[in-house]
Design a protein around this ligand. Structure first.
Ligand SMILES: [Zn+2]
Length: 354
């Protein structure tokens, strides 16, 4: 009899446990009995979480619905970071200009044409619609011959920086001129390729250039490497929005616009938007003392790069000397600029623009 009671008690206990297990499975809120997805939206290892520990900052509209376990993988994030918007500083003419801004002489177009010797009016650089500006600039710079006057006025140097701004139309040309008078459209984005991390400066994040510039930079990097030199990419493509935020942030911090303009482009006016410019090694003056600089100063053109903002040319380029900033233009143009000693602004006005 005692053995029968023990047997019946054990049987009842087993029936009770089985019943509880079935009951729990029906109400399993996290589907812990099912297979866990192998990927999660942020690429981390999947975890079993309780509803109270579901992160509320998970991206996407379903962030409150246990995304770690139920969401399908999302596409890889856009590689180019976009900055957070900053307060917009309204565009204003720079207080710094290449020379004292020229006051236009109070003369007619016919008077201006009668002053400019006829033998100069047949030069390709001569543009009759700029005749009055030529006269004004010549009066201010009597030592300049007419060729130089035509060239500099055609480049816009008789006007303050950030005035008379041209919006660039042929944005994808390798020889595109971007400066304080020539701006890329706000919606411009080039086709970019990522540089291998091994040829980039450590800690500066992913770097992107246009295909042509990337291939040329890689070739230059590896050729220099054979000589024991390490020419790395420190800064490459920047979006127009990011450039604007950098510039506006510096102005909003209390520096004068002239001071900021000397080193920082305004949004749309930076060569870094083109995907054709690369700051190498580190963007400060120590670069000039490096063996790498001594080498690329004499060899970068063989790979299609120029030192874009040379020493002593600040009034033409609008920027302080930047030994670290290289611009890709292709071997032919870069070699002509290297051999001539011209800035790209001068070369462009002489050789490229109509
Ligand atoms: Zn730069």
């Amino acid at each position: 009899m005692k053995r029968l009671i023990i047997f019946l008690s054990t049987l009842l206990l087993l029936l009770f446990i089985t019943s509880c297990q079935n009951h729990l499975a029906v109400f399993d809120p996290l589907h812990t009995s099912e297979a866990i997805p192998s990927d999660t939206p942020d690429g981390t290892s999947p975890q079993v979480v309780s509803p109270s520990s579901v992160p509320t900052h998970t991206p996407g509209p379903d962030s409150t619905q246990a995304p770690v376990l139920t969401a399908t993988p999302t596409p890889a994030p856009t590689p180019i970071p976009t900055p957070t918007p900053v307060p917009v500083v309204p565009p204003v003419p720079s207080t710094e200009s290449p020379d004292t801004p020229v006051t236009l002489p109070a003369i007619s177009q016919d008077d201006a044409l009668s002053i400019i010797p006829i033998e100069y009016q047949i030069l390709k650089l001569f543009k009759s619609d700029k005749a009055i500006r030529y006269i004004g600039y010549k009066e201010q710079n009597p030592d300049f011959d007419y060729e130089k006057v035509f060239l500099y006025v055609n480049m816009g140097l008789d006007l303050p920086f950030y005035t008379n701004i041209n919006t660039i139309k042929e944005t994808n040309r390798i020889d595109v001129l971007v400066n304080k008078y020539n701006k890329l459209p706000d919606d411009f984005t080039p086709q970019l390729e990522q540089l291998p991390a091994s040829i980039c400066s450590p800690g500066m994040g992913n770097q992107y250039l246009r295909k042509e510039a990337k291939e040329a930079f890689e070739k230059m990097h590896y050729d220099a490497k054979k000589l024991g030199l390490n020419i790395t990419a420190y800064g490459t493509y920047r979006s127009i929005a990011l450039q604007h935020s950098i510039w506006a942030g510096k102005v909003n911090s209390g520096r004068t616009i002239a001071d900021v303009d000397r080193l920082n482009s305004r949004g749309g006016h930076s060569e870094h938007h083109t995907g054709l410019a690369v700051d190498v090694i580190k963007n400060n003056s120590t670069v000039e003392k490096s063996d790498e600089f001594k080498w690329y100063k004499e060899n970068a053109h063989l790979y299609g790069f120029i030192i874009r903002y040379p020493k002593g040319k600040e009034k033409i380029t609008g920027y302080s000397y930047e030994p670290w900033h290289l611009r890709y233009l292709g071997v032919d143009i870069a070699t002509e600029i290297y051999n001539s000693g011209l800035t790209f602004e001068e070369y462009y006005a002489l050789m490229i623009v109509d």
